[in-house]
Design a protein around this ligand. Structure first.
Ligand SMILES: [Zn+2]
Length: 441
């Protein structure tokens, strides 16, 4: 569930770019457009141009980013196995039932019992899951040179995250358990509705109350960077008068850029790592992010999540009833309305999550591809796009097989994105039937 919440909070597509500190000018001079990507319309071969861009990455760097990304496939499995082990331990040891009893002893009020149970559950699972969280979020990121934080500040942010989960998780779980208690047969549909309203609420407050807990946001002053972005925003009907910058370099070498906005809080944000990229790269990235905004991806995602959660909760209901009949007595659980059944619900959701991975990845990958196409048309920087895609390739495998891309990629691969950019470039070259120069007159 926390992953769903996290994903919702980050709905405003965080597109990450590895900017290379202090190497921006050098990049512009030393990395010219490959000759295969300079051919005239009749001689332009999209695949050859794509290959030429991909060949710019040295083999050792490619091997490193492949290893980082492929390690992520295994982490999906380890995350699942560790969560399953922890949840089964809570059930088998009777600890979950005892935590439920303790909450009932402290208060007679049902919603408060849920909160007290959930806080024990969250603390215990966070502590037991901590070693893998350190490996995944701290050690491994440093191993691949992607992290900039020492352990102290990193740990502090984990604690802030835990505190936020306590507050927002308590609210959501109490509402959901309340729905199960009152509407035992139809809770799944109300549960989906509650979750979507909750997600929209998080999305609304995230830029104002949550994001500033981790990073500092300031107005971008450099007109050389700001003015083209605002021009691009005006051209695409985005009501923004300021561009903000955020100190993402505090945590990581990846740069983020996003456009969020909900009910009039539209805001364009650039991560400070991205400021070191070339203007063409920045404009191409912002074109992509504005695509998410103009194509209403946030609203489509909320609708999608509503349907997905209704189906998920309906299935969860059946699986819960079945497994409670089999093991309920053994684990000291009184039924579906017993809050101590939460680890069982989490376990079933974790199994769903594994099965859902390729579908969820495909759903977001399609939206990312839409934003890419929008960005190419809006920013008209296909070579900037190709360069950004290569930088993203520092932590996302550049050239996977099609099945691998289908299963594991929540963004299109570097090859897919550069192919789209080169295809766009070819059809806008002088001599193309589209004749872009004439179209503007
Ligand atoms: Zn995106």
């Amino acid at each position: 569930m926390s992953k769903v919440i996290l994903r919702l909070a980050l709905l405003f597509c965080v597109s990450s770019v590895l900017a290379l500190a202090g190497r921006a000018q050098q990049t512009a001079a030393a990395d010219p457009i490959p000759s295969a990507a300079r051919a005239s319309y009749s001689a332009f071969d999209v695949n050859a141009a794509t290959d030429a861009y991909l060949a710019k990455v040295p083999p050792d760097k490619k091997a490193r980013s492949d290893a980082y990304f492929e390690g992520g496939y295994w982490l999906i499995l380890w995350d699942f196995l560790l969560s399953a082990a922890i949840l089964l331990l809570l059930l088998e040891s009777g600890l979950s039932a005892r935590m439920g009893d303790l909450a009932e002893k402290i208060t007679a009020r049902k919603p408060l019992q849920t909160v007290l149970y959930f806080l024990q559950f969250l603390l215990l699972t966070s502590i037991l899951g901590f070693p893998l969280a350190v490996y995944e979020g701290y050690y491994r990121e440093h191993l691949y040179g992607l992290a900039t934080q020492t352990f102290g500040p990193w740990f502090r942010e984990q604690l802030i995250g835990l505190a936020l989960s306590m507050v927002f998780g308590s609210l959501l779980v109490t509402a959901l358990v309340g729905a199960v208690r009152r509407l035992e047969r139809t809770w799944w549909i109300w549960g989906a509705a509650i979750s979507v309203v909750f997600a929209a609420f998080l999305f609304l407050i995230a830029p104002v109350f949550i994001a500033p807990l981790f990073n500092k946001y300031t107005k971008l002053e450099d007109p050389q960077i700001r003015e083209p972005i605002l021009s691009l925003a005006r051209a695409n009907g985005i009501p923004a008068t300021e561009v903000y910058q955020v100190d993402t370099s505090r945590q990581s070498t990846r740069a983020t850029a996003y456009v969020f906005g909900f009910l009039g809080t539209e805001r364009i944000v650039l991560g400070d790592n991205l400021l070191k990229a070339t203007p063409a790269e920045i404009q191409s990235t912002m074109g992509h992010e504005m695509g998410h905004y103009v194509l209403n991806h946030v609203y489509k995602e909320l609708f999608y999540i509503a349907v997905l959660l209704a189906v998920t909760f309906a299935l969860l209901h059946r699986c819960l009833e079945w497994s409670l009949r089999r093991w309920g007595a053994r684990w000291g659980l009184r039924g579906i309305t017993d809050v101590a059944a939460l680890p069982l619900a989490a376990l079933i959701l974790a199994v769903f999550g594994i099965l859902y991975t390729p579908i969820g990845n495909t759903q977001t990958r399609i939206q990312e591809y839409e934003a890419d196409i929008f960005g190419l048309n809006a920013a008209q920087q296909p070579d900037g796009e190709a360069e950004v895609d290569l930088k993203l390739g520092e932590y996302r495998k550049l050239d996977p097989g099609p099945i691998e891309e289908f299963l594991f990629f929540d963004h299109p691969s570097g090859r897919t994105r550069i192919t789209a950019a080169m295809r766009w470039k070819k059809e806008h070259l002088p001599g193309a039937p589209l004749a872009p120069a004439a179209a503007h007159r």
